[in-house]
Design a protein around this ligand. Structure first.
Ligand code: ADP
Ligand code: MG
Ligand code: ZN
Length: 183
């Protein structure tokens, strides 16, 4: 008789524009896992140091302890230390994040990834696109358009910088709907 493997892992992706509650939703899921006495490990890339060095923090100031990494491959060192892996600002990691997340899911881990699906030019951002394909569960969240109040799924850069990665907040970015977004 075939042995059915228990505890199959999976990948969840939470994506959307800035201010859409991705980090909030990531923290909600991870805190619930902690309540269930599961070991949770949380990571963010070095690029995002907006609020706190060893926490991930949402715009409404909820936070949870996290580890800052230079490279997604450093997550492998934590393989045996947790059941649930949370990754915030995943768009800033390199494409090696894709293999790392799939490897974790393949050995039975739950992997919860939050990140921007679109960059400021509305093009796909970093490893997120492939992770959306690989994921078992995808949640797309919206913000509120700062111009008209509709559902916003675009991030408008309101500063004039042209680099792909410009870390900022409401001083540099606005959530916008399709109609109010301009490239
Ligand atoms: P994300 O990680 O997607 O950038 P966060 O989870 O950090 O989002 O923050 C979401 C919070 O941002 C909301 O609960 C709200 O308090 C705040 N916020 C600021 N601007 C907006 C906006 N335009 N639309 C919706 N929420 C906003
Ligand atoms: Mg966030
Ligand atoms: Zn609008």
């Amino acid at each position: 008789m075939a042995i059915r493997q228990k505890n199959s892992g999976w990948i969840e992706v939470i994506c959307g524009p800035m201010f859409s509650g991705k980090t909030e939703e990531l923290i909600r899921r991870l805190v619930r896992a902690q309540f269930a006495k599961q070991e949770v490990a949380i990571f963010k890339p070095k690029t995002d140091n907006r609020y706190s060095d060893d926490y991930i923090v949402s715009h409404n100031k909820r936070k949870i302890k996290s580890v800052i990494l230079e490279s997604a491959s450093d997550i492998n060192k934590f393989k045996d230390k947790a059941d649930v892996f949370g990754i915030d600002e995943a768009q800033f990691f390199g494409d090696n994040l894709i293999e790392v997340c799939n490897d974790l899911a393949n050995i039975g881990k739950r992997v919860v990834i939050a990140g921007l699906d679109k960059d400021y030019a509305a093009k796909s951002f970093g490893p997120i696109k492939q992770l959306l394909i690989d994921a078992e569960y995808v949640t797309k969240v919206n913000a509120i358009c700062m111009i008209c109040g509709d559902r916003a799924s675009f991030t408008q850069r309101i500063s004039t910088e042209k680099d792909l990665v410009v870390v900022g907040e409401t001083d540099k970015y606005e959530a916008r709907c399709r109609k109010c977004f301009n490239t």
